[in-house]
Structures are given as C-alpha cells and as structure tokens.
Unconditional design. Structure first.
Length: 296
C-alpha cells in the first residue's frame, strides 16, 4: 500500500485479481447512500406511505416515505418531491411531472414511468430495476449508484445525465439519448443500445461486455479504459481508431471494418488514487478529495 500523504491513498496493482462483480465507483456510491440513509432513522421505517407539505403560502414540496406498492399516480404533478427510502415498487406514474425530484435510497422496481418528466431529478442509490422509462425525459439527472438493471429505456432522453457507477445491465435502450452524459464506471453489459446516441459522452471505465450497439453513435465519446469485451460494435457509428486505442477488448469484440482494439491484461483499473485536495483549505466549497486518474 502506497501512501501519498494525509487523506490520500493509492491501491496496489490488481492485474492478477479477478474482475469485480460491481465497479468500485458503484460500490462506493452504495456505501455513501447507505450511510446517509441511516441518519434518517425511524422516519424511513413508516409502515405506510406518508407525505408532508410545506404549506400553502410557499411552493409545495412533498416528502414521501414508507410503502406505496402498486400506487396509481399517473399524470400527477409532483415537481421537487422527495422520496426518502420509500417503496413504490410496481407504481404507475405514466406522464407524471417529477422535475427536480429526489429519489434517495428509494425502491421503484417494476414501476411504470413511461413518458414521465424527471428532468434534473436526483436518483441517488435508488432502485429502478425492470422499470419502464419508455419515452421519459431524464435529461440532467444525477443517478450516482442508481440501479436500472433490466429497465426499458426505449427513446428515453438521458442527455447530460450523471450516471457515475450506475447499473445499466440488461437494459433495452434502443434509440435512447446519452448525449454528453457522464457514465464513468457505469455497467452497460448485456444490453441493447441499437441507434442510441453517445455523442460526447464520458464512458471512462464503463463495461460494455456482451451488449449490442447497432447504429449507435459514438462521435466524440471518451472510451478510455472502457471494457469492450464481447460487445458488438460492428455497425456502430462515429468510432475512431484513437478512441479504441484507449479501450480494452477481447477476441469476441466486434468492431467496424478497418478498426482494431487492443487487449488488456486486466479489465480492472491498475491504479486508482483518492487524494486530498490542497485547494479545499484555501477555497470554501472546494471538494475535499479528488479521484486522480494518473496511472489509471
């Protein structure tokens, strides 16, 4: 273990370690969310759903907790609502207005959010497995550590979304828009991304293993340390050799004619450094720690 000063550390090389089931970023995101949830205590353990308003003289902000499994909330206007550890699995919220809402450690698995408006929402560490987002607007969401495993994202707008460490395994994301999205360490394995747009997206350390990308657009995307193992990119658009030179592939990777990808000894990062930010002491609001990609 190599130390880089107080508040910093560097992990040893892990060439010989087996690949992790989850990315380190996703794992850390889940831990952070779990610790935050613990601070809510008994408020999140309500046996039934509850809602609190701020009063009629101010813009209403609703907070939901407890359980509302299978609720019918289609077309409801709930901008800036807070779903704190709530269980809304199987709920129907077709076309609902959820702009700026907070989903904090909430369970929306198998919910129907098709054509819903979630622009600018925060989906921190929440569960959206097998959820239907067909035609929904998720532009600019913060989905750190969110779980979309098996979700339907057909024609979903995820432009400028921050999906750091998010789980997008086995999704159906045909014609989805990931333009300029930040997807560092995201898991996009075994999914369908036909004709999706990743123009200008940051996909550093993402996992494309076993996914199909027929007609997907990667113009200007950052594929540094992206795992392309077993991915079918043979009909993808916008790929360049310089992008692929930074990615990792296997013999099962399919690429457009004339392009080749290098193999990596490991599909895991070699060195990941979390270091203290010296500027934090001089400037209020500066992050205390920085992930340093040097050697990554």
């Amino acid at each position: 273990m190599k130390y880089a000063g107080r508040g910093a550390f560097a992990s040893p090389r892990i060439w010989d370690r087996p690949p992790l089931f989850r990315s380190p970023i996703a794992f850390l995101s889940r831990i952070a969310v779990a610790l935050c949830l613990a601070s809510f205590g008994g408020a999140l353990a309500a046996p039934e759903a509850w809602a609190l308003g701020q009063g009629d003289d101010v813009s209403r902000v609703f907070s939901f907790g407890g359980s509302c499994v299978g609720c019918e909330l289609s077309g409801r206007k709930m901008p800036d609502a807070h779903f704190l550890g709530a269980n809304f699995s199987g709920a129907t919220m077709v076309g609902s207005n959820l702009q700026g809402a907070w989903f904090f450690g909430a369970n929306f698995s198998k919910a129907n959010l098709s054509h819903a408006d979630l622009r600018g929402a925060s989906l921190l560490g929440s569960e959206f497995a097998d959820c239907d987002f067909t035609g929904a607007n998720l532009a600019g969401i913060r989905g750190h550590g969110a779980d979309f495993t098996g979700a339907t994202l057909v024609r979903t707008n995820l432009e400028n979304a921050n999906l750091l460490g998010a789980q997008l395994a086995r999704v159906n994301a045909r014609e989805a828009q990931f333009t300029s999205a930040s997807m560092f360490g995201a898991n996009l394995s075994d999914g369908h991304f036909d004709h999706a747009s990743f123009r200008g997206a940051t996909l550093m350390g993402a996992n494309f293993s076993g996914s199909g990308f027929a007609g997907a657009d990667f113009t200007g995307a950052n594929l540094a340390h992206t795992s392309l193992a077993g991915a079918d990119l043979s009909a993808a658009k916008g790929l360049t050799q310089s992008q692929l030179d930074l990615a990792c592939s296997t013999a099962a990777t399919k690429l457009p004619p004339g392009l080749v990808a290098r193999s990596c000894r490991s599909l895991s990062p070699s060195v990941l450094i979390l270091r203290a930010n010296a500027a934090a002491q001089a400037h209020a609001g500066a992050p205390r720690f920085i992930i340093d990609m040097t050697g990554y």
